[in-house]
Design a protein around this ligand. Structure first.
Ligand code: AHZ
Length: 311
């Protein structure tokens, strides 16, 4: 077969037009990857850049207003959960909501403002699965830089076709409805979101209405208490669904890690809690800078989500 190359034209002069259509779409212009002083880009109009982003972003918001699973928080627990869930169930629409601009939560550092990351066995199996090298110290392993873990996991999660990540977006409330299966009880049925910069300004501006995403399963992994952390745990208390917070207990690595993993569960109908948010909800110890429990809690949350969806 003879392949006829597309016709390539000299770059068009970029001119401003009222309708933003000065450079026809689909027409190929000459480019030149020359680092000796003649590097030439295909031309573009500023409005084309905006439209390329806007139409995808708002189509995503429109499409994901109804999701199968919402993961709140893209820290190490939330990302591990999204990885296992999206891999096991490519049919699910999984939407991750992250309040910060940068997804990854606290795991960009290994802890104590230091970069190496400690992971206790047997959670090192997950490192092998995603291809993160480590040094074996016997009962635990060390990744040379926590950012290697976070960036690798993030890249795997974002490459999943069924995962969407909305960062710079905060969950500012939960949707709680009578449970259709059991009308005398209530069920978490979705989340209320807003751009984080808006969510932080409700005290200064009135009526900046939020969006909603409904889903049969919500997984909350918002970390321990902080400016936004432990979000769902605190909201469940203020709605009366949970009597009081258990509050995070002091550091004890050997108690904390198995308790967090084994305690990962559906804490109220429709809402699974994972990672360090659980320590605030259920009164568990913190583990400090060891990350195996976040990895395994994320996986357990994914398993629990599949059980609910399969009912
Ligand atoms: O930005 C938060 C972070 O990325 C995000 N988040 C919090 N509230 C949110 C909200 N809407 C959307 N309302 C929100 N996103 O949730 C993420 C939580 O990540 P994290 O790294 O803080 O929590 P984790 O449970 O995944 O990992 C905890 C790591 C810790 S803390 C700890 C200790 O203190 O002893 N030890 C470990 C391993």
């Amino acid at each position: 077969t003879v392949i006829i190359p597309p016709q390539v034209e000299e770059p068009a002069p970029v001119k401003l037009t009222a309708n933003g259509g000065g450079i026809p779409n689909g027409k190929l212009y000459k480019t030149n990857e020359d680092y000796q002083g003649n590097y030439q880009f295909a031309p573009i109009e500023e409005a084309q850049v905006s439209r390329a982003m806007i139409k995808r972003y708002f189509n995503t918001l429109y499409e994901r207003a109804i999701s199968d699973v919402v993961v709140i928080g893209a820290g190490s627990a939330g990302l591990s959960c999204a990885y296992h869930l999206s891999k096991s169930r490519p049919d699910l629409k999984i939407t991750i909501i992250e309040a910060s601009v940068a997804p990854g939560g606290g795991a960009w550092l290994g802890g104590q403002l230091m970069t190496p990351m400690v992971i206790r066995k047997p959670a090192e199996k997950f490192l092998e699965e995603i291809g993160v090298p480590y040094e074996d110290e016997g009962n635990f392993v060390v990744v040379k830089h926590a950012a290697l873990f976070t960036s690798t996991l993030l890249s795997k999660v974002l490459a999943m076709p069924n995962v969407v990540l909305m960062n710079a977006t905060a969950v500012e409330d939960l949707i709680i409805l009578p449970d259709p299966l059991n009308p005398s009880s209530q069920r978490v049925a979705g989340v209320v979101t807003n751009w984080t910069l808006v969510a932080l300004n409700h005290d200064t501006q009135s009526c900046m209405d939020p969006n909603v995403i409904t889903a049969p399963v919500i997984i909350s992994a918002t970390g321990h208490d902080g400016p936004m952390g432990a979000f769902s745990a605190k909201r469940l208390v203020s709605t009366g669904l949970v009597k009081e917070l258990g509050n995070m207990r002091c550091l004890d690595m050997n108690r904390a890690e198995p308790n967090i993993v084994n305690g990962t569960r559906e804490v109220v109908p429709g809402l699974i809690m994972a990672g360090m948010e659980l320590s605030e909800h259920s009164g568990m110890n913190r583990m400090g800078p060891t990350f195996g429990a976040m990895i395994a809690s994320g996986k357990k949350a994914a398993i629990e989500a599949m059980k609910i969806l399969d009912k």
